[in-house]
Design a protein around this ligand. Structure first.
Ligand code: ADP
Length: 493
Protein backbone atom coordinates (compact mmCIF):
# COMPACT_ATOMS: atom_id res chain seq x y z
CA UNK A 1 0.00 0.00 0.00
CA UNK A 2 1.06 3.55 -0.72
CA UNK A 3 2.52 5.48 2.25
CA UNK A 4 -0.14 8.19 2.00
CA UNK A 5 -2.92 5.62 1.95
CA UNK A 6 -1.47 4.03 5.08
CA UNK A 7 -1.42 7.39 6.83
CA UNK A 8 -5.01 8.12 5.80
CA UNK A 9 -6.09 4.71 7.01
CA UNK A 10 -4.36 5.23 10.34
CA UNK A 11 -5.99 8.62 10.72
CA UNK A 12 -9.37 7.13 9.94
CA UNK A 13 -8.82 4.30 12.40
CA UNK A 14 -7.72 6.73 15.06
CA UNK A 15 -10.81 8.86 14.66
CA UNK A 16 -13.00 5.78 14.74
CA UNK A 17 -11.46 4.66 18.02
CA UNK A 18 -11.75 7.98 19.83
CA UNK A 19 -14.27 7.51 22.63
CA UNK A 20 -14.48 10.84 24.38
CA UNK A 21 -15.34 12.94 21.37
CA UNK A 22 -18.00 12.48 18.75
CA UNK A 23 -16.07 13.10 15.52
CA UNK A 24 -18.09 13.17 12.30
CA UNK A 25 -17.81 14.23 8.74
CA UNK A 26 -20.64 16.20 7.20
CA UNK A 27 -21.19 16.80 3.53
CA UNK A 28 -21.67 20.33 2.24
CA UNK A 29 -25.36 20.27 3.22
CA UNK A 30 -24.81 18.97 6.70
CA UNK A 31 -25.66 15.33 6.09
CA UNK A 32 -23.65 12.87 8.14
CA UNK A 33 -20.96 11.09 6.13
CA UNK A 34 -19.04 9.26 8.87
CA UNK A 35 -19.47 8.31 12.48
CA UNK A 36 -17.04 7.21 15.16
CA UNK A 37 -17.20 5.21 18.37
CA UNK A 38 -17.25 8.37 20.43
CA UNK A 39 -20.26 9.66 18.47
CA UNK A 40 -22.12 6.45 19.19
CA UNK A 41 -21.26 6.74 22.88
CA UNK A 42 -22.27 10.38 23.15
CA UNK A 43 -25.38 10.36 20.95
CA UNK A 44 -26.56 6.76 21.10
CA UNK A 45 -26.95 6.08 17.35
CA UNK A 46 -25.03 3.38 15.51
CA UNK A 47 -23.35 4.35 12.22
CA UNK A 48 -26.04 2.46 10.29
CA UNK A 49 -28.81 4.42 11.92
CA UNK A 50 -27.36 7.85 11.38
CA UNK A 51 -25.08 8.02 8.36
CA UNK A 52 -26.88 9.89 5.57
CA UNK A 53 -29.20 11.82 7.91
CA UNK A 54 -28.92 15.57 8.51
CA UNK A 55 -27.10 16.57 11.71
CA UNK A 56 -29.99 18.79 12.88
CA UNK A 57 -31.47 15.67 14.53
CA UNK A 58 -29.07 16.29 17.41
CA UNK A 59 -30.65 19.63 18.17
CA UNK A 60 -33.58 20.43 20.43
CA UNK A 61 -36.87 21.32 18.70
CA UNK A 62 -36.43 24.94 19.82
CA UNK A 63 -32.93 25.15 18.34
CA UNK A 64 -34.13 23.47 15.14
CA UNK A 65 -36.95 25.96 14.88
CA UNK A 66 -34.54 28.83 15.45
CA UNK A 67 -32.36 27.44 12.64
CA UNK A 68 -29.35 26.99 14.87
CA UNK A 69 -27.73 24.02 13.03
CA UNK A 70 -27.99 25.86 9.70
CA UNK A 71 -26.54 29.05 11.18
CA UNK A 72 -23.57 27.15 12.52
CA UNK A 73 -22.82 25.36 9.30
CA UNK A 74 -23.11 28.61 7.35
CA UNK A 75 -20.73 30.28 9.74
CA UNK A 76 -18.22 27.44 9.28
CA UNK A 77 -18.66 27.71 5.50
CA UNK A 78 -18.05 31.47 5.55
CA UNK A 79 -15.40 31.85 8.24
CA UNK A 80 -13.74 28.45 8.29
CA UNK A 81 -15.10 27.28 11.63
CA UNK A 82 -17.92 27.65 14.15
CA UNK A 83 -18.02 26.96 17.83
CA UNK A 84 -21.03 26.41 20.03
CA UNK A 85 -22.10 25.13 23.41
CA UNK A 86 -25.57 24.02 24.34
CA UNK A 87 -28.09 21.29 25.02
CA UNK A 88 -28.18 18.49 22.42
CA UNK A 89 -30.48 15.50 22.10
CA UNK A 90 -29.48 11.81 22.17
CA UNK A 91 -31.26 9.09 20.25
CA UNK A 92 -33.30 8.17 23.37
CA UNK A 93 -34.47 11.77 23.72
CA UNK A 94 -32.26 12.57 26.75
CA UNK A 95 -30.15 15.67 26.58
CA UNK A 96 -26.47 16.34 27.09
CA UNK A 97 -24.47 19.56 27.23
CA UNK A 98 -22.26 19.59 24.17
CA UNK A 99 -19.27 21.67 23.21
CA UNK A 100 -19.04 21.70 19.39
CA UNK A 101 -16.50 22.78 16.81
CA UNK A 102 -17.44 22.60 13.13
CA UNK A 103 -14.56 23.10 10.70
CA UNK A 104 -14.87 23.51 6.93
CA UNK A 105 -12.84 21.15 4.65
CA UNK A 106 -11.64 22.69 1.39
CA UNK A 107 -10.38 21.14 -1.84
CA UNK A 108 -7.29 22.40 -3.58
CA UNK A 109 -9.32 25.13 -5.27
CA UNK A 110 -10.55 26.41 -1.93
CA UNK A 111 -14.07 25.05 -2.44
CA UNK A 112 -15.83 23.75 0.68
CA UNK A 113 -16.32 20.03 0.21
CA UNK A 114 -17.61 19.15 3.64
CA UNK A 115 -17.13 19.67 7.36
CA UNK A 116 -15.67 17.96 10.38
CA UNK A 117 -17.70 18.22 13.52
CA UNK A 118 -16.22 17.44 16.90
CA UNK A 119 -18.57 17.27 19.86
CA UNK A 120 -17.61 16.84 23.47
CA UNK A 121 -20.06 15.86 26.19
CA UNK A 122 -19.57 18.42 28.99
CA UNK A 123 -22.72 17.53 30.96
CA UNK A 124 -20.75 16.55 34.05
CA UNK A 125 -18.67 19.73 33.95
CA UNK A 126 -21.75 21.79 33.22
CA UNK A 127 -23.56 20.33 36.23
CA UNK A 128 -20.53 21.00 38.36
CA UNK A 129 -20.13 24.59 37.22
CA UNK A 130 -23.89 25.14 37.54
CA UNK A 131 -23.81 23.86 41.08
CA UNK A 132 -20.78 25.99 41.81
CA UNK A 133 -22.41 29.04 40.29
CA UNK A 134 -25.62 28.40 42.25
CA UNK A 135 -23.69 28.05 45.48
CA UNK A 136 -21.67 31.16 44.71
CA UNK A 137 -24.85 33.00 43.96
CA UNK A 138 -26.48 31.82 47.17
CA UNK A 139 -23.39 32.87 49.07
CA UNK A 140 -23.18 36.28 47.49
CA UNK A 141 -26.95 36.80 48.00
CA UNK A 142 -26.45 35.92 51.65
CA UNK A 143 -23.54 38.34 51.99
CA UNK A 144 -25.52 41.00 50.16
CA UNK A 145 -28.41 40.60 52.56
CA UNK A 146 -26.38 40.82 55.78
CA UNK A 147 -27.50 44.00 57.48
CA UNK A 148 -25.33 44.36 60.55
CA UNK A 149 -21.93 44.03 58.95
CA UNK A 150 -20.40 45.79 55.98
CA UNK A 151 -18.86 42.93 54.00
CA UNK A 152 -16.75 43.80 50.99
CA UNK A 153 -14.25 42.32 48.66
CA UNK A 154 -11.22 44.39 47.78
CA UNK A 155 -8.89 43.80 44.87
CA UNK A 156 -5.16 43.48 45.53
CA UNK A 157 -4.77 47.27 45.53
CA UNK A 158 -7.70 47.96 47.85
CA UNK A 159 -10.34 48.81 45.22
CA UNK A 160 -13.89 47.96 46.32
CA UNK A 161 -15.30 45.09 44.25
CA UNK A 162 -18.65 44.38 45.86
CA UNK A 163 -20.99 45.91 48.37
CA UNK A 164 -23.75 44.61 50.62
CA UNK A 165 -26.80 46.07 52.36
CA UNK A 166 -24.86 46.28 55.62
CA UNK A 167 -22.17 48.36 53.91
CA UNK A 168 -24.75 50.66 52.40
CA UNK A 169 -26.47 51.07 55.75
CA UNK A 170 -23.24 51.67 57.62
CA UNK A 171 -21.36 53.87 55.18
CA UNK A 172 -24.16 55.50 53.24
CA UNK A 173 -22.89 54.81 49.69
CA UNK A 174 -24.84 52.79 47.13
CA UNK A 175 -23.04 50.02 45.27
CA UNK A 176 -22.94 52.15 42.10
CA UNK A 177 -21.24 54.99 43.95
CA UNK A 178 -18.52 52.93 45.53
CA UNK A 179 -17.56 49.93 43.43
CA UNK A 180 -14.15 50.49 41.88
CA UNK A 181 -13.11 53.19 44.35
CA UNK A 182 -10.30 52.71 46.88
CA UNK A 183 -11.44 51.81 50.41
CA UNK A 184 -9.25 54.59 51.82
CA UNK A 185 -12.20 56.99 51.45
CA UNK A 186 -13.76 55.41 54.56
CA UNK A 187 -10.86 56.73 56.66
CA UNK A 188 -10.58 60.17 58.27
CA UNK A 189 -8.12 62.47 56.56
CA UNK A 190 -5.46 62.08 59.24
CA UNK A 191 -5.50 58.29 58.91
CA UNK A 192 -5.29 58.64 55.13
CA UNK A 193 -2.25 60.90 55.50
CA UNK A 194 -0.62 58.34 57.77
CA UNK A 195 -1.47 55.69 55.17
CA UNK A 196 -3.36 53.58 57.68
CA UNK A 197 -5.49 51.80 55.02
CA UNK A 198 -2.37 50.83 53.06
CA UNK A 199 -0.65 49.68 56.25
CA UNK A 200 -3.63 47.45 57.12
CA UNK A 201 -3.61 45.88 53.65
CA UNK A 202 0.13 45.28 53.93
CA UNK A 203 -0.36 43.65 57.32
CA UNK A 204 -3.17 41.41 55.99
CA UNK A 205 -0.95 40.47 53.04
CA UNK A 206 1.91 39.59 55.38
CA UNK A 207 0.10 37.96 58.27
CA UNK A 208 -3.11 36.81 56.60
CA UNK A 209 -5.26 39.09 58.72
CA UNK A 210 -5.39 42.60 60.08
CA UNK A 211 -7.67 43.85 62.84
CA UNK A 212 -8.27 47.46 63.66
CA UNK A 213 -10.68 49.63 65.61
CA UNK A 214 -11.13 53.30 64.97
CA UNK A 215 -13.21 56.15 63.66
CA UNK A 216 -14.40 55.81 60.06
CA UNK A 217 -16.22 58.19 57.72
CA UNK A 218 -19.70 57.87 56.27
CA UNK A 219 -20.58 59.38 52.91
CA UNK A 220 -22.28 62.32 54.65
CA UNK A 221 -19.06 63.11 56.56
CA UNK A 222 -20.33 61.80 59.91
CA UNK A 223 -18.19 59.28 61.77
CA UNK A 224 -18.75 55.85 63.28
CA UNK A 225 -16.51 53.66 65.45
CA UNK A 226 -15.72 50.60 63.38
CA UNK A 227 -14.19 47.27 64.26
CA UNK A 228 -12.54 45.94 61.09
CA UNK A 229 -11.05 42.63 60.04
CA UNK A 230 -9.26 42.43 56.71
CA UNK A 231 -8.40 38.93 55.50
CA UNK A 232 -6.13 38.14 52.56
CA UNK A 233 -7.58 35.80 49.92
CA UNK A 234 -5.18 33.44 48.13
CA UNK A 235 -5.30 31.37 44.97
CA UNK A 236 -4.13 27.75 44.79
CA UNK A 237 -0.58 28.95 44.16
CA UNK A 238 -0.67 30.89 47.43
CA UNK A 239 -0.69 34.30 45.79
CA UNK A 240 -2.86 37.06 47.23
CA UNK A 241 -5.76 37.70 44.83
CA UNK A 242 -7.68 40.16 46.97
CA UNK A 243 -9.04 40.81 50.45
CA UNK A 244 -12.29 40.43 52.32
CA UNK A 245 -13.16 43.22 54.70
CA UNK A 246 -15.77 42.95 57.43
CA UNK A 247 -16.74 46.05 59.40
CA UNK A 248 -19.00 46.24 62.42
CA UNK A 249 -20.36 49.46 63.83
CA UNK A 250 -19.38 49.63 67.50
CA UNK A 251 -20.22 53.31 67.98
CA UNK A 252 -22.77 52.55 70.69
CA UNK A 253 -20.29 50.40 72.65
CA UNK A 254 -17.58 52.99 72.20
CA UNK A 255 -19.83 55.79 73.43
CA UNK A 256 -20.92 53.71 76.44
CA UNK A 257 -17.27 52.96 77.18
CA UNK A 258 -16.36 56.62 76.92
CA UNK A 259 -19.28 57.61 79.14
CA UNK A 260 -18.14 55.06 81.71
CA UNK A 261 -14.58 56.34 81.53
CA UNK A 262 -15.83 59.90 81.96
CA UNK A 263 -17.95 58.83 84.91
CA UNK A 264 -15.01 57.01 86.54
CA UNK A 265 -12.81 60.03 85.97
CA UNK A 266 -15.43 62.29 87.55
CA UNK A 267 -15.72 59.91 90.47
CA UNK A 268 -11.98 59.90 90.91
CA UNK A 269 -11.82 63.70 90.71
CA UNK A 270 -14.64 63.94 93.22
CA UNK A 271 -12.86 61.54 95.59
CA UNK A 272 -9.63 63.44 95.30
CA UNK A 273 -11.47 66.69 95.95
CA UNK A 274 -13.15 65.19 99.02
CA UNK A 275 -9.83 63.99 100.35
CA UNK A 276 -8.26 67.39 99.84
CA UNK A 277 -11.21 69.03 101.50
CA UNK A 278 -11.05 66.64 104.44
CA UNK A 279 -7.35 67.22 104.74
CA UNK A 280 -7.66 71.00 104.66
CA UNK A 281 -10.67 71.05 107.00
CA UNK A 282 -9.12 68.78 109.58
CA UNK A 283 -5.81 70.57 109.31
CA UNK A 284 -7.45 73.98 109.82
CA UNK A 285 -9.61 72.67 112.66
CA UNK A 286 -6.50 71.88 114.65
CA UNK A 287 -5.53 75.50 114.96
CA UNK A 288 -8.62 76.82 116.87
CA UNK A 289 -8.56 73.63 118.92
CA UNK A 290 -4.99 74.33 119.92
CA UNK A 291 -6.06 77.86 120.92
CA UNK A 292 -8.86 76.43 123.08
CA UNK A 293 -6.59 73.98 124.90
CA UNK A 294 -3.78 76.53 125.31
CA UNK A 295 -5.99 79.21 126.78
CA UNK A 296 -7.83 76.71 128.91
CA UNK A 297 -4.48 75.56 130.40
CA UNK A 298 -3.47 79.19 130.96
CA UNK A 299 -6.82 79.97 132.52
CA UNK A 300 -6.55 77.02 134.89
CA UNK A 301 -2.98 77.92 135.82
CA UNK A 302 -3.67 81.58 136.42
CA UNK A 303 -7.16 81.55 137.90
CA UNK A 304 -7.15 78.24 139.77
CA UNK A 305 -7.62 79.83 143.17
CA UNK A 306 -10.63 81.78 141.93
CA UNK A 307 -12.48 78.75 140.56
CA UNK A 308 -14.58 76.52 142.75
CA UNK A 309 -14.84 72.71 142.57
CA UNK A 310 -17.53 72.79 139.88
CA UNK A 311 -15.43 75.14 137.79
CA UNK A 312 -12.50 72.71 137.91
CA UNK A 313 -14.72 69.82 136.87
CA UNK A 314 -16.06 71.82 133.92
CA UNK A 315 -12.56 72.81 132.88
CA UNK A 316 -11.35 69.21 132.98
CA UNK A 317 -14.42 68.04 130.99
CA UNK A 318 -13.80 70.69 128.31
CA UNK A 319 -10.14 69.72 128.25
CA UNK A 320 -10.98 66.01 127.85
CA UNK A 321 -13.40 66.77 125.03
CA UNK A 322 -10.79 68.93 123.32
CA UNK A 323 -8.18 66.17 123.56
CA UNK A 324 -10.64 63.65 122.15
CA UNK A 325 -11.50 66.06 119.37
CA UNK A 326 -7.82 66.39 118.57
CA UNK A 327 -7.55 62.61 118.32
CA UNK A 328 -10.53 62.46 115.99
CA UNK A 329 -9.17 65.21 113.79
CA UNK A 330 -5.82 63.45 113.62
CA UNK A 331 -7.62 60.26 112.64
CA UNK A 332 -9.48 62.01 109.80
CA UNK A 333 -6.27 63.63 108.69
CA UNK A 334 -4.48 60.30 108.64
CA UNK A 335 -7.39 58.68 106.85
CA UNK A 336 -7.39 61.30 104.11
CA UNK A 337 -3.67 60.96 103.53
CA UNK A 338 -3.70 57.16 103.69
CA UNK A 339 -1.97 55.75 100.63
CA UNK A 340 -0.95 59.20 99.37
CA UNK A 341 2.68 58.07 99.16
CA UNK A 342 2.02 54.43 98.54
CA UNK A 343 4.87 52.46 96.97
CA UNK A 344 4.32 49.15 95.25
CA UNK A 345 6.68 46.46 96.53
CA UNK A 346 7.17 42.75 96.89
CA UNK A 347 5.68 42.03 100.29
CA UNK A 348 6.35 38.92 102.41
CA UNK A 349 3.11 38.83 104.35
CA UNK A 350 4.47 36.26 106.85
CA UNK A 351 7.18 38.78 107.77
CA UNK A 352 4.55 41.50 108.08
CA UNK A 353 2.65 39.42 110.61
CA UNK A 354 5.82 38.92 112.65
CA UNK A 355 6.39 42.70 112.73
CA UNK A 356 2.77 43.25 113.77
CA UNK A 357 3.20 40.72 116.57
CA UNK A 358 6.26 42.60 117.80
CA UNK A 359 4.40 45.91 117.73
CA UNK A 360 1.48 44.40 119.62
CA UNK A 361 3.75 42.55 122.05
CA UNK A 362 2.34 44.18 125.20
CA UNK A 363 -1.26 43.68 124.15
CA UNK A 364 -0.63 40.04 123.21
CA UNK A 365 1.10 39.16 126.44
CA UNK A 366 -1.42 41.03 128.62
CA UNK A 367 -4.28 39.16 126.96
CA UNK A 368 -2.37 35.84 126.90
CA UNK A 369 -3.19 35.71 123.18
CA UNK A 370 -1.94 33.24 120.57
CA UNK A 371 -1.41 34.82 117.15
CA UNK A 372 -0.35 32.52 114.32
CA UNK A 373 -0.03 32.70 110.55
CA UNK A 374 -0.45 29.92 107.97
CA UNK A 375 0.27 29.81 104.26
CA UNK A 376 1.01 33.53 104.04
CA UNK A 377 2.15 34.49 100.53
CA UNK A 378 4.60 36.86 98.94
CA UNK A 379 2.68 39.40 96.87
CA UNK A 380 2.83 42.76 95.14
CA UNK A 381 1.31 45.50 97.29
CA UNK A 382 1.79 48.59 99.45
CA UNK A 383 3.90 47.36 102.37
CA UNK A 384 3.27 50.09 104.96
CA UNK A 385 -0.44 50.09 104.34
CA UNK A 386 -0.73 46.29 104.40
CA UNK A 387 1.09 46.24 107.71
CA UNK A 388 -1.36 48.72 109.16
CA UNK A 389 -4.26 46.67 107.80
CA UNK A 390 -3.01 43.50 109.47
CA UNK A 391 -2.30 45.37 112.68
CA UNK A 392 -5.83 46.78 112.83
CA UNK A 393 -7.46 43.39 112.24
CA UNK A 394 -5.21 41.50 114.67
CA UNK A 395 -5.51 44.10 117.41
CA UNK A 396 -9.32 44.09 117.03
CA UNK A 397 -9.30 40.30 117.21
CA UNK A 398 -7.48 40.52 120.56
CA UNK A 399 -9.38 43.55 121.84
CA UNK A 400 -12.87 42.14 121.27
CA UNK A 401 -12.18 38.96 123.22
CA UNK A 402 -14.46 37.13 125.60
CA UNK A 403 -13.27 37.44 129.20
CA UNK A 404 -13.56 33.69 129.80
CA UNK A 405 -11.29 32.63 126.93
CA UNK A 406 -7.76 33.62 125.89
CA UNK A 407 -7.73 35.06 122.36
CA UNK A 408 -6.63 32.75 119.57
CA UNK A 409 -6.02 34.56 116.29
CA UNK A 410 -5.18 32.78 113.03
CA UNK A 411 -4.17 34.61 109.87
CA UNK A 412 -4.39 32.53 106.67
CA UNK A 413 -4.46 33.11 102.92
CA UNK A 414 -5.83 31.18 99.95
CA UNK A 415 -5.47 31.58 96.23
CA UNK A 416 -8.77 32.20 94.48
CA UNK A 417 -8.67 32.74 90.72
CA UNK A 418 -6.76 36.02 90.25
CA UNK A 419 -6.42 37.10 93.86
CA UNK A 420 -5.33 36.19 97.37
CA UNK A 421 -8.07 35.94 99.97
CA UNK A 422 -6.83 36.50 103.52
CA UNK A 423 -8.72 35.55 106.64
CA UNK A 424 -8.15 36.86 110.18
CA UNK A 425 -10.04 34.53 112.48
CA UNK A 426 -10.69 35.02 116.18
CA UNK A 427 -12.61 33.37 119.02
CA UNK A 428 -13.91 36.66 120.44
CA UNK A 429 -17.31 38.20 121.11
CA UNK A 430 -18.48 38.10 117.49
CA UNK A 431 -20.72 40.61 115.69
CA UNK A 432 -24.47 40.67 115.16
CA UNK A 433 -25.35 40.41 111.49
CA UNK A 434 -27.36 43.64 111.55
CA UNK A 435 -24.31 45.58 112.73
CA UNK A 436 -21.98 44.30 110.02
CA UNK A 437 -22.53 47.02 107.38
CA UNK A 438 -21.88 49.69 109.98
CA UNK A 439 -18.53 48.59 111.34
CA UNK A 440 -16.49 49.57 108.25
CA UNK A 441 -17.67 53.16 108.47
CA UNK A 442 -15.65 55.90 110.10
CA UNK A 443 -16.32 56.43 113.85
CA UNK A 444 -18.88 53.62 113.96
CA UNK A 445 -18.59 51.44 117.05
CA UNK A 446 -20.84 48.87 118.63
CA UNK A 447 -19.62 49.35 122.18
CA UNK A 448 -18.95 52.18 124.58
CA UNK A 449 -15.42 53.44 125.06
CA UNK A 450 -15.44 52.17 128.64
CA UNK A 451 -16.25 48.63 127.54
CA UNK A 452 -13.67 48.49 124.74
CA UNK A 453 -11.35 51.42 124.04
CA UNK A 454 -11.04 52.77 120.48
CA UNK A 455 -12.12 55.52 118.12
CA UNK A 456 -14.00 53.49 115.55
CA UNK A 457 -11.57 54.11 112.72
CA UNK A 458 -9.55 50.86 112.47
CA UNK A 459 -11.93 49.12 110.05
CA UNK A 460 -12.51 52.29 107.97
CA UNK A 461 -8.71 52.36 107.49
CA UNK A 462 -8.74 48.65 106.67
CA UNK A 463 -11.43 49.18 104.05
CA UNK A 464 -9.56 52.02 102.41
CA UNK A 465 -6.27 50.09 102.34
CA UNK A 466 -7.96 47.10 100.71
CA UNK A 467 -9.61 49.43 98.18
CA UNK A 468 -6.18 50.89 97.36
CA UNK A 469 -5.27 47.35 96.26
CA UNK A 470 -8.51 47.01 94.28
CA UNK A 471 -9.64 44.34 96.71
CA UNK A 472 -12.63 43.80 98.96
CA UNK A 473 -13.19 43.32 102.67
CA UNK A 474 -16.03 41.54 104.42
CA UNK A 475 -16.84 39.76 107.66
CA UNK A 476 -18.51 36.53 108.79
CA UNK A 477 -19.31 36.03 112.42
CA UNK A 478 -21.21 34.03 115.02
CA UNK A 479 -21.99 36.23 118.01
CA UNK A 480 -20.47 34.77 121.16
CA UNK A 481 -18.20 32.44 119.17
CA UNK A 482 -15.89 34.59 117.07
CA UNK A 483 -15.40 36.44 113.79
CA UNK A 484 -13.60 35.97 110.49
CA UNK A 485 -12.50 39.09 108.67
CA UNK A 486 -11.72 38.40 105.01
CA UNK A 487 -9.95 40.66 102.57
CA UNK A 488 -8.85 40.04 98.98
CA UNK A 489 -5.77 41.36 97.18
CA UNK A 490 -5.69 40.88 93.39
CA UNK A 491 -2.42 39.46 91.99
CA UNK A 492 -1.74 42.43 89.74
CA UNK A 493 -1.60 45.92 91.16
P1 ADP B 1 -12.54 50.36 117.09
O1 ADP B 1 -11.79 49.06 117.16
O2 ADP B 1 -11.69 51.54 117.36
O3 ADP B 1 -13.82 50.36 117.77
P2 ADP B 1 -12.91 49.60 114.34
O4 ADP B 1 -13.29 50.41 113.18
O5 ADP B 1 -11.66 48.83 114.31
O6 ADP B 1 -12.93 50.58 115.57
O7 ADP B 1 -14.10 48.60 114.63
C1 ADP B 1 -15.43 49.04 114.58
C2 ADP B 1 -16.31 48.13 115.43
O8 ADP B 1 -16.41 46.84 114.84
C3 ADP B 1 -15.75 47.87 116.78
O9 ADP B 1 -16.10 48.90 117.69
C4 ADP B 1 -16.40 46.55 117.17
O10 ADP B 1 -17.69 46.76 117.66
C5 ADP B 1 -16.50 45.85 115.85
N1 ADP B 1 -15.38 44.89 115.68
C6 ADP B 1 -14.25 45.08 114.97
N2 ADP B 1 -13.45 43.97 115.01
C7 ADP B 1 -14.11 43.08 115.75
C8 ADP B 1 -13.82 41.72 116.14
N3 ADP B 1 -12.71 41.09 115.78
N4 ADP B 1 -14.73 41.08 116.91
C9 ADP B 1 -15.88 41.69 117.26
N5 ADP B 1 -16.19 42.96 116.94
C10 ADP B 1 -15.34 43.65 116.17
Amino acid sequence: MHAIDIKALMAQKMVEEIEDYAVLLLDTEGNIASWNRGAQKVKGYTADEIVGRHFHVFYTPEDQEAGRPYRLINMARNTGSARDEGWRVRKDGTRFWGSIVITAIHDDDGEVIGFTKVTRDLTAQKEYTDRLRASEERYSRMVEAVQDYAILLLDTEGGVQNWNIGAEKLKGYTAAEIIGRHFRIFYPEKDQQHQLPEALLAMARLQGRAHHEGWRMRKDGSQFWGSIVITALHNDAGEVIGFSKVTKDLTANKKAEEAQERYLQQLEDRNREMEQLTYIASHDLQQPLRTITNFLSMFEYKYAPLVDEHGHLYISLVMKAAVRMRELIRAILEYSTLGANKVIATVHTAELLEEVKQDLHDMISTAGAIVEGQNLPVLQGYRLELRQLLQNLVSNAIKFRRPEEAPHVTVTAERSRNRWVFCVKDNGIGIEEAAMPKIFMMFQRLHSKDQYPGAGIGLAYAKKIVALHNGQIWVESVPGRGSRFYFSIPFTQ
